[in-house]
Every structure is written in C-alpha cells, then in structure tokens.
Design a protein around this ligand. Structure first.
Ligand code: FE2
Length: 197
C-alpha cells in the first residue's frame, strides 16, 4: 500500500469509528461496508492549504480525526459548488468541500454521500437548499447555523444539525473556522442551490 492510500484509509477508519461512537450518525444512515477507493485526480481550491495548515486552535474533541482529514487536503478533489455569478469572490476564497464518500467520491458508494466541508472564519454561507436530507456533524471549530422554522444554534465539535429535504439553511462563522461533515441521504443526486433573498 502506498502512502496516499494510507492517508485515505486512515481517514476512512477514523470516520468508521465515529459512526460507532455517535448514534446520531448511525441512526441517520448506516456506514457503508463496501467502500472502494478510486483513483480520483486531486484538485486544489483556495482553502486546500488552509485546511492542511490548520494544526492549532482546533477547538475539537476529535483531534485524531481532524488530523486525518487535514492530511487528506492536498490529495482530494476540492469543489466549490457555486461560481462567481452566484456568490462573491471572498466567499470562494473561504469555502470549499470534497466528496470523500459517495457516488462520485473518493470512496465510491451509492448508499450515501459524505462531504467534507471547510469554511474559513468571518464567512457567510448564504441561504440555500437541496432535495437530499442532510446531517451536519462538526469535527472542529464553530459556526452559527440558521434554518427555516428552527431556532438558530451555535455548533461546535461533535454537535449535529439535521436539515429536512428542501429546508433552507445558512451558515456563518465569526472568529472560528469550521470543519464539518455534511452527510446526505435520499435523492443526493441533485446539487445545492442558493435561494434568492
Ligand atoms: Fe445543506
């Protein structure tokens, strides 16, 4: 096994442990047991190095997991989901995600999708929605979550937040970055769309 594969498998094993320790995750969706590591070409984004270099002030109960994910950063296919016509350039410098597990992820499965989501400090991720049911799980850092018909909440490490199908939501960071898992089930073929305010 080469070292890049080791980095991916380390991350997968840490996430698998998380599913055992956190019932919110296993109750939301079963962790797939037949994941196949594909050879996807890495793609950088402005946040690639920010995550890779985030080694201090982690604000996490999951240091080992944070490090496993941060070590993946240079090896994954980063995406942004939106373009400059939809969001401002500042946002695109501060936001990125990669599909670690899923139909087009590094670990292929058709059973669920797990995106790793990074948001820099002082960032506003505008209101958006999507068909998939979604569970956010905070790995490290902190952010404010707003969603329609629900009280807003500041979430930190190990906290979760569920979004129903098409329920609008927005995320804001202030003095902390946030690293989270975004887990999708049911109808996860369709991407996220911004909502005009
Ligand atoms: Fe979402």
């Amino acid at each position: 096994m080469n070292s890049t594969q080791d980095i991916f498998n380390k991350a997968k094993n840490e996430i698998k442990k998380l599913w055992i320790d956190h019932k919110e995750l296993s109750n939301f969706v079963t962790f797939p047991n037949n994941l196949v590591l594909k050879n996807l070409k890495p793609q950088k984004a402005p946040v690639t190095d920010k995550l890779f270099n985030w080694n201090e002030n982690l604000n996490t109960n999951l240091t080992e997991l944070h490090r496993a994910i941060s070590n993946l950063s240079p090896h994954v296919n980063w995406e942004q989901g939106y373009n400059e016509k939809e969001v401002d350039k500042d946002f695109l410098n501060k936001y990125g995600f990669f599909e670690l597990i899923g139909p087009s992820g590094h670990f292929e499965t058709s059973e669920m999708a797990l995106y790793v989501n990074f948001l820099d400090k002082n960032t506003y991720y505008p209101w958006h929605n999507h068909e998939a049911e979604e569970l956010y799980f905070i790995v490290s850092g902190e952010a404010k979550f707003e969603s329609k018909d629900q009280d807003e909440e500041i979430l930190s490490s190990t906290k979760t937040r569920f979004h129903k199908s098409f329920q609008p939501h927005a995320i804001t960071t202030i003095e902390n970055k946030v690293l989270s898992f975004v887990i999708w089930k049911n109808k996860f073929e369709h991407i996220s769309k911004l909502i005009k305010e």
